[in-house]
Design a protein around this ligand. Structure first.
Ligand SMILES: NC(=O)c1ccc[n+]([C@@H]2O[C@H](COP(=O)([O-])OP(=O)(O)OC[C@H]3O[C@@H](n4cnc5c(N)ncnc54)[C@H](O)[C@@H]3O)[C@@H](O)[C@H]2O)c1
Length: 304
C-alpha cells in the first residue's frame, strides 16, 4: 500500500529536476501522475517533449501517468492541466506548482521582458494552475486535496540579481497564505517549499564560481532530496498542516518563520514625532536582531 494510493497528482515542470523527482516518488506511493512540462530552456525560451520521457519512466516502473505540455503561464494552460487529469484519471487531488525559469540580471539591466516572463511563469503560473483546481475542489466538494507551491530563499531572504524571480517567489509565499485560508473550508491544505538542489537551474551558478559538480555532489545535493517532504505533505498524515513554509534539500528539512510583529510601541494619543522615532526605531531594529539571532540558534541542524 502506498501513501498516495488512488490520488491523482498534477506536477508542473516535472519533466526534469525537482518536479521529476516528486513525480517519480508520488508514483511510487501509488498516485496517478500528470507530468506537465513545456520542455524549454532555463530562460523560458523553447519547447520540448521531455514530459513524455517521465511518463514512460513511471509506466515502466508499473505506475500510471499522463503527459501535458501546456505552459503554466497561460490561464488556458492551467485549465488544460486540470482537464488532462480529469480525462486520464477522472479526478484531481494534488497540485504541485513547481515549474520555473530564471532570467537573472541586476535591476540596471533587467528589461521589461525579463520581468514579465519570470513573473508570468512563477507568480501568474501559480494562479493559472491553482484557480481551476480550487474551483474544482469547491464544486465537487473534493476533500483532502493538497496544493504545494514553490518559493525560494531568493524571495524569502533576497538574492542579488534576482529582483524578478525574488519578487515572484515572495509573492508565491503570500499567495499560499491566502489560498490556505480560502481552501481551509474544503480540507485542502496549501504549503510552500523553499528548496535547495543541484539542477540545471543551479549547477551553472556553481560552475560560474569555478566549482565542478560531479556525481557525488548530485548524490548529496540533487533534486531527489526535495521530493520526500513534498510527498509527505501530500499524504493523509499532513491533514491540518497548512500555510507553512518548509525549507529542504541536501538531507535537510526545516520549517521557516512567517512574517510576524516582533515588538511594537503605541502612543496613547497623537502621531509619533520624528524625534521620538529617533529613539524608537533603534529599539525596533535591536528587537529584530535579537529575534534573528534566536532563530539562527534554534535553526541550527540537528543530526538524526
Ligand atoms: N534548484 C534549486 O536550488 C531551487 C532553489 C529555489 C527554488 N527552486 C524552484 O524549484 C522549482 C524547480 O526548479 P528546478 O531546480 O527543478 O528547475 P529545472 O529547470 O530543473 O526544472 C524546471 C522545469 O519547469 C519547466 N517549465 C518552465 N517553464 C514552464 C512553463 N511555462 N510551463 C510548464 N513547465 C515549465 C522547465 O521546462 C523545467 O523542466 C522552480 O520553481 C524553482 O524556481 C529551485
Amino acid at each position: 500500500m502506498g501513501r498516495l494510493d488512488d490520488k491523482v497528482a498534477v506536477i508542473t515542470g516535472s519533466g526534469r529536476g525537482i518536479g521529476r523527482e516528486i513525480a517519480l516518488m508520488m508514483a511510487q506511493e501509488g498516485a496517478k501522475i500528470v507530468v506537465n512540462d513545456l520542455g524549454g530552456n532555463t530562460d523560458g525560451t523553447g519547447t520540448g517533449k521531455i514530459a513524455d520521457d517521465v511518463v514512460a519512466e513511471i509506466q515502466a516502473a508499473g505506475g500510471e501517468a499522463a503527459s501535458n505540455t501546456d505552459s503554466v503561464a497561460e490561464v488556458a494552460g492551467g485549465e488544460a492541466l486540470l482537464q488532462t487529469a480529469l480525462d486520464a484519471f477522472g479526478g484531481m487531488d494534488i497540485l504541485v506548482n513547481n515549474a520555473g525559469i530564471l532570467r537573472d540580471k541586476s535591476i540596471f539591466n533587467m528589461e521589461e521582458s525579463d520581468w514579465d516572463t519570470v513573473i508570468a511563469v512563477h507568480l501568474k503560473g501559480h494562479y493559472c494552475c491553482s484557480r481551476p483546481f480550487a474551483k474544482y475542489v469547491r464544486e465537487h466538494n473534493r476533500t483532502g486535496c493538497r496544493i504545494i507551491n514553490f518559493s525560494s530563499v531568493s524571495g524569502l531572504y533576497g538574492n542579488f540579481g534576482q529582483a524578478n524571480y525574488g519578487a515572484a517567489k515572495a509573492g508565491i509565499a503570500g499567495f499560499s497564505r491566502v489560498l490556505a485560508l480560502e481552501l481551509a473550508k474544503y480540507g485542502c491544505t496549501v504549503n510552500t517549499i523553499s528548496p535547495g538542489a543541484l539542477t540545471r537551474m543551479t549547477i551553472p551558478l556553481r560552475e560560474n564560481r569555478g566549482e565542478e559538480v560531479d556525481d557525488s555532489d548530485i548524490e548529496e545535493g540533487g533534486p531527489q532530496h526535495v521530493a520526500p517532504i513534498c510527498v509527505w505533505l501530500a499524504g493523509e498524515e499532513a491533514a491540518g498542516i497548512t500555510s507553512e513554509i518548509f525549507h529542504t534539500g541536501r538531507g535537510g528539512v526545516a520549517i521557516m518563520q512567517q512574517p510576524r510583529v516582533i515588538k511594537q510601541f503605541r502612543k496613547a494619543a497623537g502621531m509619533w514625532t520624528l524625534d521620538e522615532l529617533d529613539n524608537i526605531v533603534p529599539q525596533l531594529i535591536d528587537a529584530k536582531k535579537a529575534n534573528m539571532e534566536s532563530a539562527e540558534i534554534s535553526g541550527k541542524s540537528i543530526e538524526v
